[in-house]
Design a protein. Sequence first.
Length: 260
Amino acid sequence: MHNYGENPALSYNQYLKVRELIDLQQPLSEPESHDELLFIIIHQTYELWFKQVLHELDASIGWMNEGRKFRVNHSLKAATAIEKVIVSQIHILETMAQIGFLEFRDKLNPASGFQSMQFRELEFVSGAKDERILKFFEFDEYAHERLTRRFNEPSLADAFWKLLESEGFSVGESEDRLSSVGEILGHPEKYPELFVMQDLLIDHDENISLWRYHHVLMVERMLGMKKGTGGSDGAGYLRTTLDKKFFPELWEARTHLELS
């Protein structure tokens, strides 16, 4: 057994690849803009968090398929906790000076946050699948292959309805789903794990909606209504995404809930 700090077999830096990690930030501006490092680190951190959220959502789908409701809720709690961090993280970007952002923004063209493969995977795996997104990624073989697989696989929403069906609920039509969710909402003590699960799915949906909204505000605060670097309408385009819902029946069921 090694004494602490004496010829360790594996060090903290080695395990976490710290040397490689801190070499991944490579600003493009010349002379280097002070704020560009922050911009890169924030977005690389997003991608790491997206990787972990996808890991938890994939696990949730697997647990749902096996009927392991406790494990589903455990993974969903992890995903939603991370998403709350992601939402708050946006506001760190607002510490950049607007003029400082402009010092390097043109260097990003035509790259855009729209091209975040993992965020699109997150949308697809949650149930919001848009074939137009696949066409947008045709230029990137790696991303297109991953997104095509996600597009063709059952989503988190699919797995949830399949789980409810295995639990004896009717999920064939939209009205059946609304009624089934209403039953769970109306009798939480009868269906405790399913009640927690649908609430965590709502949390997931809400967190991503909050991320979109805070992202819009951050973009408007930094850039006003300038065009996006990828050619989109910038904040104008982002506002068109605010009404997306992964689990519309879960939201609508609240409207129809009544005391029995």
